[in-house]
Ligand binder design. Structure first.
Ligand code: ARG
Length: 269
């Protein structure tokens, strides 16, 4: 099958103030040192890779004392140019929501909704051709699904996450193209697994080994799939489907519990 990349616009935030000083997910160990210059170099690599493949990367200014801001995917969800702001579950990240809103206001977005319910942006919302998938269980409120459905006017499907290592939907499921996804079933409740099988019978099913290196924290432009390079088991199945895997090393940012997708907010204008 021939796969075509379409040019995308991404919003990213450099890890200038990145550190792991608190722990709000099982990946974060404040006693483990972070190599900041290396984190920056790895992030720049991802940004440059997007640009070299024809994508636009907008840059959000990092704010001191918001070390998790590098995970830009959590700050909003943009569909059809409509911006659903975030509301973070943990006080440590709360101020990121306003920094994102300010960026969107300054960049000409007019349809902006400040949410009533907790949602951590594209951490828990995944956009396919037909649906918005909405993760819940650890961060986003189940009520955020209805709020997103009303604002975007697209059917929103709630999915229950059950494994704390996969605390955001984007650590367990990734949209490849249209209504094609890859996911790790064990991260979901039995009922949600059945929903996923029904909606996506041809999905690429990831193994525990690839999920455990955050291999599902991937970004696709319809052809290239940018993903953690350690997720080697996903490369061949992606190629068989006509995709081109692009392995990235974001090892320093894994210490905060995120990788490629977490660092990338898609601007679907
Ligand atoms: N330390 C961050 C947190 O726990 C990591 C966020 C990762 N982002 C993501 N889209 N999964 O909130």
């Amino acid at each position: 099958m021939r796969r075509d990349a379409t040019p995308r616009r991404y919003l990213m935030c450099p890890p200038a103030h990145f550190k792991v000083t608190y722990s709000i997910n099982p990946w974060m160990d404040p006693t483990k040192p972070v190599d900041l210059p290396l984190a920056l170099a790895q992030w720049e690599d991802l940004r440059d890779r997007y640009r070299s493949l024809g994508h636009t990367v907008e840059v959000l200014d990092p704010v001191p004392d918001l070390p998790d801001m590098v995970y830009a995917a959590n700050g909003a969800t943009v569909v059809d140019g409509r911006v659903l702001g975030a509301r973070f579950a943990h006080p440590e990240r709360a101020a990121e929501a306003e920094a994102h809103l300010a960026w969107f206001r300054a960049h000409g977005y007019t349809e902006i909704h400040e949410p009533a319910h907790i949602n951590e942006g594209e951490g828990d919302f995944a956009v396919t051709a037909s649906y918005v998938l909405s993760g819940r269980g650890f961060r986003s409120s189940p009520l955020s699904a209805d709020e997103a459905q009303e604002f975007f006017g697209r059917p929103v499907i709630g999915l229950d996450l059950v494994d704390p290592r996969y605390y955001h939907l984007d650590t367990a499921l990734s949209v490849l193209d249209g209504d094609e996804v890859m996911y790790f079933p064990e991260a979901f409740s039995p009922g949600s697994r059945a929903v996923l099988r029904r909606l996506f019978p041809d999905a690429l099913i990831a193994t525990e080994r690839d999920a455990a290196v955050l291999g599902l924290n991937a970004v696709s432009d319809g052809r290239h799939v940018f993903l953690p390079q350690a997720a080697t088991g996903l490369f061949e199945p992606l190629r068989e489907r006509g995709f081109e895997p692009v392995g990235m090393d974001l090892g320093e940012l894994l210490k905060g519990g995120g990788s490629v997708k977490c660092c990338t907010l898609e601007l679907r204008d």
